[in-house]
Design a protein around this ligand. Structure first.
Ligand code: GLY
Length: 426
């Protein structure tokens, strides 16, 4: 199978890394890719959000499968353009991607499907926002209704900051704060059948101890030794399947990856948000453990064949990914800094630890330099979380990027927990 992956982040590098190990993949292409993805997939300088251009590229490459990574192309209808060209595409239609593209739409679908989530108000005037902030009190959860490149959600005790973020959004969803640990559960679906992946946990704040500003995610691990082994099945039954059924009932079936961001509250599981694509950086940890060849799974989802797909196979290993971020991330990331140490990781730590590129490019001299806020995802596996952490951080210590920062506590609490045996789902 010839596969084309759309996007340029560490999530797309993780997808390409997994696809490159799939014996059924005969050619791997990406658009536009980055300096690391180019090592495993042939890059093409095509705008990921340009549907006709992506469809034309896929046809020219005779791709048997297109995998769309980021949300912006999905919301822009790139999957529709690819499917209209008769090419199987992993990723929902623009209509279905509204589950991520509009927080208010997602809330409406959840209400119709009786999916548990936080109470919320959609506000379009400062007065409505003020009333909603007043109704819930701190901590305030203020979400831009539309896509905002990872900057749409503010969770704060500071009323002025909450007001300012609400004022900066055209339409804003203000909702109750959900406490309890957060879990990311990805489900592959063809619009009818749902296949959950293993849960992961993301670290959204910039600094150790969950301090500092919200980011796109500073690290992740999987599995979750502290979680109920039945969590994925429960979430499929109460959240994912009802949502998929509701989307199909509306005539806008959702086929692709439904990402349920969950809070495990004292009152039970609640949906914090839906995304219409693989999460980043959780994907790096989850795919490190998936033993089922990826292309067949994604192709089955793209072609309505998941009901006949065999159960997924998982490694017994744990996986940890640590994000190395640029100087100034997330407020004002600096780009253009040379990155050194990548060859040392490849020589000393591979294959158990490896570097997935996010914001990188090659400069005129062929050096790999930073080109975004989250620059690298250093991923490692091991027999347990403690071993995977150790390998990941040893590899991180070899990377030299001026002014970079990373969290030092990814998976630390889970690794330290007494019962640290990875769960295995067959
Ligand atoms: N890890 C958060 C996200 O992918 O949106």
């Amino acid at each position: 199978m010839r596969v084309l992956v759309i996007g340029s982040g560490a999530r797309e590098h993780a997808l390409c890394h997994a696809l490159s190990r799939d014996p059924d993949v005969t050619a791997l292409h990406c658009a536009p890719g980055n300096a690391g993805i180019a090592d495993v997939a042939q890059p093409h300088p095509v705008d990921a959000a340009d549907g006709p251009a992506v469809a034309e590229l896929a046809a020219r490459l005779a791709a048997g499968l297109v995998v769309i990574g980021p949300e912006a192309p999905l919301v822009a209808g790139v999957a529709d353009a690819v499917r209209a060209a008769g090419i199987p595409c992993f990723g929902p239609s623009a209509e279905a991607a509204r589950l991520e593209g509009s927080k208010a739409f997602a809330k409406e679908v959840m209400a119709a499907a009786q999916v548990p989530t936080g109470r919320s108000y959609l506000c379009t005037t400062p007065e409505e926002a003020e009333d909603a902030l007043d109704a819930f009190g701190p901590p305030y959860v203020v979400k831009d209704d539309g896509l905002a490149a990872g900057k749409g959600v503010v969770v704060t005790e500071d009323l002025d900051r909450a007001r300012a973020h609400a004022a900066a959004c055209d339409r804003v969803v203000i909702e109750e704060f959900l406490d309890g640990p957060e879990v990311s559960l990805f489900a592959v679906t063809d619009g009818e059948t749902v296949v959950p992946l293993q849960p992961a946990q993301d670290f959204k704040r910039a600094h150790d101890g969950d301090r500092g500003p919200n980011t796109g995610g500073m690290g992740a691990y999987s599995p979750l030794p502290w979680a109920d082994p039945k969590l994925a099945d429960e979430v499929v039954a109460t959240v994912v399947q009802p949502t998929i059924d509701e989307m199909r009932r509306r005539g806008t079936p959702f086929a692709g990856l439904l990402y349920a961001g969950l809070a495990l509250t004292t009152r039970g599981v609640r949906v914090v948000e839906f995304n219409a694509r693989f999460g980043d950086p959780e994907t790096q940890a989850v795919l490190a453990r998936l033993r089922t060849p990826l292309a067949g799974l994604l192709h089955a989802a793209a072609t309505g064949g998941l009901a006949a797909f065999p159960p997924l196979r998982w490694s017994r290993d744990a996986a940890v990914t640590v994000v190395v971020a640029a100087h100034g991330y997330p407020a004002a990331p600096r780009t253009g800094d040379p990155i050194e140490g990548l060859e040392e990781v490849a020589a000393e730590d591979a294959p158990r630890a490896y570097v997935l590129h996010a914001g990188t490019r090659r400069d005129a001299e062929g050096r790999v330099v930073s080109a975004g806020g989250r620059v690298l995802s250093v991923t490692a596996t091991g027999p347990d979380l403690a071993a995977a952490r150790k390998r990941a951080y040893r590899a991180v210590s070899r990377i030299r990027l001026d002014g970079s920062h990373h969290r030092t506590d990814i998976a630390a609490a889970a690794a330290a927990a007494a019962d640290d045996q990875p769960q295995v789902a067959e």
